[in-house]
Design a protein around this ligand. Structure first.
Ligand code: F6R
Length: 261
């Protein structure tokens, strides 16, 4: 795992967008694992911009989103399918048939989860997994105590997550209490993953995930087991990290980061 600290949210977001763009250019039929949430809106805006201004080509790439609410149809403005169409898919030249989200409307949710895992396997796995982190340490919707080897399944959301996302629904009572999510094991199986965290509200949980013990109480801590995981943060989210000086040293000295400095 490596931690890259950027001065502010703009720089951190830009770095993540550039990392995605670099891998997409190198492998136009890349399989991207995508996240939703407020943090990612800026990433998708930058990717859309790169498509328009630099011709960043999404025509052959495939995408699998981390999660979807149970019971929200794609046309519901709060569904993650709607979010993805709105923030990214409608703004780039992606083939919608290559975009996948778990089916939160399926009559048999468990079967839909098994099919989702199968679909990921059939394309050879996820090449680049984009992640955010919830206030309770979730990645995707892997709430505390999610098994570290879990696969795509139905999860009940925690009161903390409902408090964080409920306001987006206007009336928090309208927010679904369950979601389909890739498992921690599914995420760990990705070939490369990048987690973006910004703002002071993420500082405590980020320090636990990165520098604390690996524990199912903080799903993001399982990323310590990932063979190629980069955590990108702004100064605010880095506020509680003990190893800040070392992380800065890595960014300044590792040849791999030279083109991004
Ligand atoms: C959603 C997802 C979640 C979010 C997390 C942070 O697809 O993967 O884990 O990344 O809840 O959300 P924001 O960015 O809204 O703080």
């Amino acid at each position: 795992m490596e931690v890259i600290i950027q001065s502010d949210v703009g720089m951190a977001t830009q770095l993540v967008a550039r990392l995605i763009a670099k891998d997409l250019r190198q492998n136009p039929s890349i399989v991207l694992g995508l996240a939703t949430g407020r943090t990612m809106e800026r990433v998708y805006a930058l990717l859309a911009d790169m498509h328009q201004k630099e011709g960043l080509d999404f025509s052959r790439c495939r995408t699998f989103n981390l999660d979807e609410y149970v019971g929200l149809p794609p046309q519901d403005h709060h569904s993650y399918r709607f979010y993805m169409n709105y923030h990214l898919f409608s703004k780039v030249n992606i083939d919608r048939r290559n975009t996948h989200l778990p089916d939160g409307m399926a009559a048999d949710l468990d079967a839909a989860c098994v099919q989702y895992e199968q679909a990921i396997r059939e394309v050879g796995g996820i090449d680049f997994q984009l992640l955010g982190i919830g206030n309770d340490g979730h990645i995707g919707f892997n709430e505390p105590l999610s098994a570290l080897r879990s696969r795509t399944r139905v999860k009940s959301l925690t009161p903390l997550t409902i408090a964080a996302n409920g306001p987006l629904f206007g009336d928090p009572a309208r927010m679904p209490r369950r979601a389909l999510t890739m498992g921690v094991g599914t995420i760990i199986d990705s070939k490369r993953c990048v987690l973006l965290a910004t703002g002071t509200s993420k500082a405590d949980i980020l320090a636990k995930a990165v520098e604390g013990p690996i524990t199912a109480m903080v799903s993001a801590s399982a990323l310590q087991l990932h063979p190629h995981c980069t955590i990108v943060v702004d100064e605010e989210a880095a506020g509680r990290l003990a190893g800040k000086d070392y992380y800065r040293f890595i960014f300044q000295n590792e040849p791999e980061w030279a083109e991004f400095r």
